[in-house]
Design a protein around this ligand. Structure first.
Ligand code: NAD
Length: 500
């Protein structure tokens, strides 16, 4: 497989692609029942790249019915664990074999730089599928201590039909964080991908069937949240909704579960992660480079983005000066298909306007912008927002309290560890945090005090599949990745045998 290396080559590949635009139900692409559609728009150019079938309630019913048929005849969960493992490993191999087209599709659809697709998204997708495939035959139940005349078995069984609702910031990866454990556990799934970037999820489903996955086990219904997403979350035959997205929608889903069948609701929601720089940190320049990546990678459209910089007052001026200079050197905005681009546009014009409103409000509330402003022509037409930094931010400002989901950071100075922790924890969110210090005791104490599901010490964003990922407080109630998330898509059965 030749991987393109130039913008011209990537553009040629993009032009040659055949995009799937239907709903994927029972192993094939079908039109939406109401015949409606919506446009998939490139955020860098504004061009319509595909016209997608728009699924609504009747299409969700059809997809869930397809899952139920597959569940009831056991075509997936009753297969031997190693047979299912082989299908999932083959699926990963096919995803790898199609990585060029998946990368280019997502780059066009979502605006992510093609280099990020190759360095981050595609390898992480492969790692996730393979990790959960390998877990399939490692699952064990238990036999507990009983009197001689009894036998007690504890086993784990899949839930049945699971719904997954996913966001646009890592369209394929966020979906696979759900799909891989859902399918590895033996469930059937209906995925409702984000309407802003559905293309790669459809291809993933098609490749699953090509890998030997039985039709009907993995269905995809494109569409809008308030229609298809809501119908899925209200469906009485869906046993669990696994969601990644905003806190506002997460709360709605809990309500839908209560209004319908009390289905389980797993939420991975918003964040406003602090990055704390203590006065004794051992390499300020290296820390600043990581801090910059922590907020500006993926144009800040990251749930755990380290958007609150908390810097000890003794480091403040040097920190700001270097942060501004290095951001300039590290990020190059441009066409996402150009291999030299390191920052693409935001996902849509709507998201650009949301972010610009927050930038405007930050200025009105008295924060001082020391980085950001114009994107410069010819990028003005796209959904580009340049890396932006506000200093003199205070705790009650919206720029400190509200998720921006764009390349915008606030910086606050602190004088003591206690003050840094108080600022860090004063948030409705608790997804992630980082601490930079050379002192192990300080690090250990601060990790214990930080209200966050993930804490990084002297790094930001590091980890692998063994790391449970999810938040405290209103950042969610669940964990993706690591092997226990497989169990979260299963239920526990106790079987007590009377042998007397
Ligand atoms: P969003 O909540 O607007 O949409 C997410 C998904 O929910 C989409 O598929 C959307 O169509 C669907 N949806 C919207 N309204 C719905 C409704 N009423 N019923 C059912 N489904 C509905 O979020 P977004 O803008 O796509 O993504 C950004 C958000 O995702 C940010 O808040 C970010 O922090 C969060 N996120 C969290 C994590 C995490 O792991 N915690 C990871 C990535 C993104």
């Amino acid at each position: 497989m030749h991987t393109p290396t130039t913008l011209a080559e990537w553009k040629a590949l993009a032009a040659s692609l055949t995009l799937d635009t239907g709903l994927f139900i029972n192993g094939q692409f079908v039109a939406a029942k109401a015949g409606e559609s919506f446009d998939c728009v490139s955020p860098s150019t504004g061009e319509v790249i595909a016209v997608m079938a728009k699924g609504q309630g009747a299409d969700i019913d059809a997809a869930v019915a397809s899952c139920l048929r597959a569940w009831n005849d056991g075509r997936w969960h009753k297969q031997a664990p190693r047979t299912r493992m082989a299908v999932m490993l083959k699926w990963a191999d096919l995803v790898e074999a199609h990585s060029n087209e998946l990368a280019v599709m997502e780059s066009m659809d979502m605006g992510k730089p093609i280099s990020d697709m190759f360095n981050i998204d595609v390898p992480e997708v492969l790692k996730t599928i393979r990790y959960f495939a390998e877990c399939i035959d490692k699952l064990e139940g238990a036999v507990t201590s009983t009197e001689a005349s009894a036998l007690h078995l504890i086993t784990h069984e899949p839930l049945g039909v699971v719904g997954a609702i996913t966001p646009w910031n890592y369209p394929m990866l966020m979906a696979v964080w759900k799909l891989a454990p859902i399918l590895a556990a033996g469930n059937c799934v209906v995925l409702k991908p984000a309407e802003q970037a559905p293309l790669t999820c459809l291809r993933l489903a098609k490749l699953f069937v090509e890998a030997g996955g039985p039709p009907g086990v993995f269905n995809v219904v494109n569409g809008f949240g308030a229609e298809a997403g809501k119908a899925l979350a209200l469906h009485p035959d869906v046993q669990k909704i696994s969601f990644t997205g905003s806190t506002v929608v997460g709360k709605l889903l809990m309500g839908y579960a209560g209004q319908s069948n009390m289905k389980r609701v797993a939420l991975e929601t918003g964040g406003k992660s602090p990055q704390i720089f203590m006065p004794d940190l051992y390499d300020l320049d290296a820390a600043i480079d990581r801090a910059i990546g922590g907020i500006f990678d993926n144009a800040g459209q990251v749930c755990n983005a380290g958007s609150r910089l908390l810097v000890h007052r003794s480091l403040h001026d040097r920190f700001v000066e270097r942060f501004v200079a290095r951001t300039d050197a590290l990020y190059r905005m441009g066409d996402p298909l150009d291999p030299v681009t390191t920052m693409g546009p935001l996902v849509s014009q709507v998201q650009k306007q949301n972010v610009l409103k927050k930038v405007h409000l930050a200025r009105e509330q008295g924060a001082r912008m020391v980085l950001g402003g114009q994107t410069g022509t010819p990028l003005e037409a796209g959904a580009y927002v340049p890396p932006t930094l506000f200093v003199n931010a205070t705790q009650t400002m919206a720029i400190v309290q509200e998720e921006t989901f764009g390349p915008v950071s606030s910086l606050q100075a602190f004088d003591s560890e206690a003050e840094a922790l108080a600022l860090a924890n004063d948030s409705i969110y608790g997804l992630a945090a980082s601490v930079w210090t050379a002192d192990l005791k300080t690090a250990h104490r601060m990790v214990g005090a930080l209200q966050a599901g993930v804490v990084w010490v002297n790094c930001f964003g590091d980890g692998d599949m063994t790391q449970p990922f999810g938040g405290y407080k209103q950042s969610g109630n669940s964990r993706d990745k690591y092997k226990d998330s497989l169990l979260s898509y299963m239920q526990t059965k106790s079987a007590w045998f009377n042998l007397a």
